[in-house]
Design a protein around this ligand. Structure first.
Ligand code: AMP
Length: 281
């Protein structure tokens, strides 16, 4: 496994495998890797692609300095996981390599980035789209694998790929969950026992909404009520429950098979997000 620390080293490694006719798959991460990330590596590895994982805690996507400073860093364990899951190159630059003195460019996707996560975390998506564009340019992947866990992010990246005519196939991987349903996240280790327990309500409410939909309920307010009833309790600061179209993220007036429900809450001082794609099967 090659460890690249500059965009140039990454470009050299991927160029070599491209010349040998391999397809290149990129999995961007911020490290502190868990089963959610490794499931993305496994999907990326399919059809024998040359897999690049980036590990970079991107300062530009954190509005909140305390969240950035508290973000876990476990590089050695991350590298072991990458090796075990067939990653060919890990790209792990420093912040000053990614954004050297004088750096002045931001990539901004309009509209989709103003709502939900974008509204609660101003500037977050500009940080994401800027770093992802830089990663795309250095790596020139044929495919990029992102997790459904960050559903709005996948919609923003899809827009970015279309608008900038990037020849990249976006693959969205299902959310890996703990046994009790909590979506795996690098931030979960910051939950204390009580907060960890409370956090299970997010997925519990979303799966109940899914069951209600499968039982024939189409009314947005009834489904929202189900979620809010479960998640309105001491210790859970609910930020939003958004019932939206999967592609445009516009609010739905009634639920159908194109509906996604997005939820965000702060529990025990940790901001958590999750979502479900409604399907009638
Ligand atoms: P992060 O390191 O949190 O920035 O995540 C890197 C990538 O892993 C993103 O595409 C996330 O959506 C994805 N990811 C994070 N958690 C999960 C999970 N529980 N299941 C699947 N993908 C995930």
């Amino acid at each position: 496994m090659i460890i690249a620390s500059t965009a140039r080293d990454l470009a050299v490694a991927t160029e070599q495998s491209r010349r040998q006719g391999q397809r290149i798959a990129l999995v961007p991460t911020m490290g502190a890797l868990h089963r959610g990330h490794t499931s993305l590596f496994d999907i990326a590895k399919k059809e024998d692609a040359f897999v690049v994982a980036s590990i970079f805690v991107n300062p530009r996507q954190f509005g909140d300095a305390s969240d950035f400073n508290a973000y876990p860093i476990t590089l050695e364990a991350d590298l072991d996981l990458c090796r075990h899951h067939g990653v060919d190159v890990v790209y792990s630059p420093t912040a000053s390599t990614m954004y050297p003195t004088g750096y002045a460019t931001t990539v901004h996707v309009e509209g989709l980035t103003d709502i939900y996560e974008g509204q609660s975390r101003p500037g977050h998506f500009d940080g994401v789209t800027t770093v992802v564009t830089k990663l795309f340019n250095a790596c020139r992947p044929d495919r990029a694998v992102f997790g459904q866990k960050d559903f709005q992010q996948t919609a923003v990246i899809r827009r970015l790929i279309i608008d900038l005519d990037l020849p990249i196939e976006l693959i969205v991987a299902p959310t890996a969950r703990a046994e009790d349903g909590l979506a795996l996240s690098s931030r979960n280790i910051r939950l204390d026992t009580q907060a960890r327990e409370l956090a299970t309500n997010l997925w519990r409410s979303l799966s109940l909404a899914q069951k209600q939909f499968q039982a024939g309920e189409r009314n947005v307010e009834i489904i929202r009520g189900t979620i809010e009833r479960i998640c309105t309790q001491p210790g859970i600061i609910l930020d939003y429950v958004a019932i939206v179209d999967r592609q445009t993220l516009e609010s739905k007036t009634h639920c159908d098979d194109q509906t996604a429900i997005l939820i965000a809450a702060t529990i025990g001082g940790v901001r958590l997000i999750d979502n479900v794609l409604l399907n009638s099967q």
